[in-house]
Design a protein around this ligand. Structure first.
Ligand code: ADP
Ligand code: MG
Length: 596
């Protein structure tokens, strides 16, 4: 056997390795995602280079990734049929962190000016491989480059300062092309060596990797087998005279066997195998399927929006409005937006960085080329890229919702409003910069709409010429709104009044303050001005009744703040109103409810 050669890591590597393993990745299960993305890179490189060098594909093996687990010994083996590495590349790529082979390849691509959006090369940061040591004591990389006659083996251990490289001589371990990585798991991490565990990690992190990923899995099928039963004496006699045939009995048994199973069957619909897919080419059915698979739903979404942005930040995204509301949408972390970097899943655990909380009912996927794979929460919070992404995602989400409201089928928006109206009202409170997008989407009951909800646009459109403001009254039910004495004068003038019957309506309106330059005015407040004041006459009347008012105030004492003459009623003799600067009766009810 040719002896193995021992190499020292480049000085900084062993120290950095430790750092990476212990701080860069907070979650050790990401090792699989990193190794799979390296395998996918290697396959990408091979496919890319084979366009000009078809001889690279002469070993006719499929372009795929295979993961084998040995649970008894705690071993995971991941094999790809990609570009592999020569001996020198092993030294350069796995012995050095600063010199990432992928980064080099990118540079080479750029230099050759052949680079395009097509080369899906993941991980420009050159540290992913070492994440194998998050779970493994020993890592063995056996690799065969089409450029080399020989296959080489790199072997490294956690916490060591050196690694070895030798030629692969074991005939059983030779591969036609590509790389086989064997992880000898740490004692506490042997649990990763189960097909089910690997499968669920693939489904979560690597579902959209563009090469097939297989796992070695136990399968079974049922078959009927004959069973021999000892015949009775009588049966034996009968058989002997040929009067009956020998009875055959069968039973069902499960035949077990092991085979490769394809795990990542879902191709992301925002890419085809090699190039971006145009949203126009994707059918509604495909979006629906994608939505249901990605978010484990069984109903079709109410709406979807698929878009690509270019320029400063490049990303692709598909957003969905679910058909129904889930109870806990606002209370718990909703995990509604799944972020991918180059189709590798990064996280869905955001706290408003990528998408505002009040829009958390919107679900979606975002795939960016501009973020590193090992992007952390801290990076996300500070990232300018993320801020730009957030802005665009929000804008698209509103466009999508507006689309539902413009749909010919009015039911769609009714359904939407019924499920998610509360979220938009919350948006009025939480997101002032987006008021102009939220306001047109709001719906209210009104004094003239019977049981239909109307939009603010509809309200403004039917405003009377002499009407300056948008009038509303908050009440705890439609009936009490309809019977409010404050309405009398406005009904007489045929002014429409919004009925704010949901506790959040009033908060939303108060945050908006105005719509299309028309102020919202609470008709239950004391200084309601309907634009028909006759000051002279008012003065006269006030004078006339000063004593009456004083007398009533004396009778009521502290129960009211003051007693005044008003011109706002037409048939009721009196009404209780809230002070101009105080809470409305409805708000007071709300506050009480909250403090109880
Ligand atoms: P990055 O992927 O960001 O370059 P990694 O630490 O994940 O950094 O990998 C380092 C380098 O090792 C890669 O750039 C690549 O050149 C090489 N490499 C890793 N895994 C493979 C593989 N399965 N096949 C071929 N080369 C690989
Ligand atoms: Mg990598």
């Amino acid at each position: 056997d040719p002896p193995s050669e021992k190499y020292e890591y480049q000085a900084e590597v062993s120290r950095l390795m430790d750092l990476i393993v212990h701080s860069l990745y907070s979650n050790k299960e990401v090792f699989l995602r990193e190794l799979i993305s390296n395998a996918s890179d290697a396959l990408d490189k091979l496919r890319y280079l084979s366009v000009t060098q078809p001889e690279l594909l002469r070993d006719a093996v499929d372009l795929d990734i295979r993961i084998h687990t040995d649970k008894d010994n705690g071993i995971i083996t991941l094999t790809d049929s990609g570009i592999g590495m020569t001996r020198q590349e092993l030294v350069d790529c796995l012995g050095t962190i600063a010199q990432s082979g992928t980064a080099k390849f990118f540079k080479a691509l750029k230099d050759s000016k052949e680079a395009g959006a097509d080369s899906n090369l993941i991980g420009q940061f050159g540290v992913g491989f070492y994440s194998a040591f998050l779970v493994a004591d020993k890592v063995v990389v056996s690799t065969k480059s089409p450029k080399s006659e020989k296959q080489f083996v790199w072997e490294g251990e956690a916490n060591a300062n050196s690694y070895t490289i030798r030629e692969e001589t074991d005939q059983d371990k030779l591969i036609p092309r590509g790389t086989r990585i064997t992880l000898y798991l740490k004692r506490d991490d042997k649990g990763f060596a189960h097909p089910e565990r690997i499968e669920s990690l693939i489904k979560n992190y690597s579902q959209f990797v563009s090469f097939p990923i297989y796992t070695w899995k136990e399968k079974g099928f049922t078959k009927e087998v004959e069973i021999e039963e000892e015949p009775t004496e009588a049966q034996k006699d009968a058989e002997e005279d040929g009067s009956v045939e020998k009875k055959k009995k069968t039973k069902k048994v499960i035949e077990k066997y092991w085979d490769w199973e394809l795990i990542n069957e879902t191709q992301p619909i925002w890419v085809s195998a090699l190039r971006l897919r145009n949203p126009k080419d994707v059918t509604t059915d495909e979006y629906n399927e994608f939505y249901k698979k990605t978010f484990n739903e069984y109903l079709d979404p109410l709406a979807s929006s698929h878009f690509t942005t270019e320029g400063e930040v490049e990303f692709r995204s598909i957003l969905f409005v679910p058909p129904v509301k889930k109870e806990d949408m606002l209370n718990t972390k909703t995990k509604n937006i799944r972020l991918y970097v180059k189709r590798v899943f990064i996280s869905d655990d955001f706290d408003g960085e990528l998408f505002p909380r009040y829009l958390s009912f919107v679900k979606g996927v975002v795939d960016s080329n501009d973020l590193p794979l090992n992007v952390s929460r801290e990076i996300l919070q500070e990232s300018r890229i993320v801020r730009i992404m957030r802005k665009r995602l929000v804008r698209k989400a509103f466009d999508m919702i507006l689309g539902i409201s413009l749909s010919e089928n009015r039911d769609d928006y009714d359904k939407f409003w019924d499920n998610f109206g509360k979220f938009l009202k919350l948006g009025c409170i939480e997101d002032h910069p987006n008021h102009k997008r939220i306001a047109p989407l709001l719906r209210f009951f009104s004094s003239q709409s019977e049981d239909e909800l109307i939009s603010l646009d509809e309200y403004v459109e039917s405003m009377k010429q002499e009407q300056k403001d948008i009038y509303y009254i908050a009440a705890d039910s439609l009936t009490s709104a309809k019977n409010a004495p404050f309405l009398e004068k406005l009904s007489q003038k045929d002014f429409e009044v919004l009925f704010l019957v949901d506790p959040m309506d009033e908060l939303a309106i108060q945050n908006l303050k105005s719509y299309k330059e028309k102020n919202f005015v609470d008709i239950s407040k004391e200084d309601l001005d309907l634009g028909d004041k006759d000051e002279e006459k008012e003065k006269e009347i006030k004078q006339e009744f000063v004593q009456t008012c004083d007398w009533i105030k004396k009778q009521l004492g502290d129960k009211v703040a003051s007693v005044q003459i008003s011109n706002r009623l037409s048939s009721s003799p009196c009404v209780l109103v809230s002070g101009k600067f105080g809470w409305s009766a409805n708000m007071e009810r709300l506050m009480k409810a909250q403090t109880l």
